[in-house]
Design a binder for this molecule. Structure first.
Ligand SMILES: [Zn+2]
Length: 167
């Protein structure tokens, strides 16, 4: 038996795939390919190392994220804006609000500016005092973002095509 890659005389050959070609090679050359056995996806050879790991990570990441986020509520990205809007519609100053919920105005100003993440206790007080929602289910937030960006890009695309036609 001769290694199809290096030509070395071998007693035991290994079936590997190297760049899509099945070869019977020595154990040294087997390192350059993927073992034919599919049951054990060993990470060896140039093809699978990058692509397989990436695919694996993606495949593993998506369902897990969805699963973990099920029903969990998280602070919205625009919590600061929501607080400021609700506060100003009620004609409250930062100081007024701070006094009502027993927090410091400097802290609230940072929170409104999005420079500080309020802890759960503060979030609850703000939601109660201002009658707003600062937390949303993660899945909802993500879905909202996705559809928003999708419709945006679609609108942009249509706009661009219209402009192209006019030009
Ligand atoms: Zn060889």
């Amino acid at each position: 038996m001769i290694c199809e890659l290096c030509g070395k005389d071998i007693t035991f050959c290994r079936k590997v795939t190297i760049e899509g070609v099945q070869l019977e090679v020595c154990s040294e050359c087997a390192k350059f390919g993927v073992e034919a056995k599919k049951e054990e996806p060993k990470e060896q050879g140039p093809r699978p190392i990058d692509t397989q790991r990436l695919e694996f990570r993606e495949r593993r990441g998506k369902p897990k994220d969805v699963y973990e986020s099920g029903g969990k509520e998280e602070l919205t990205d625009d919590y600061g804006v929501r607080i400021r809007n609700a506060r100003s519609t009620r004609g409250m100053t930062l100081k007024d609000l701070a006094m009502k919920i027993n927090e410091r105005a400097t802290v609230l100003s940072k929170v409104e500016a999005g420079q500080m993440t309020p802890d759960d206790k503060v979030v609850k007080k703000l939601e109660k005092e201002l009658g707003i929602k600062l937390k949303e289910k993660v899945a909802d937030v993500l879905a909202g973002k996705e559809s928003k960006s999708a419709s945006l890009s679609l609108a942009d695309l249509i706009k661009m095509q219209k402009e192209k036609k006019q030009a």
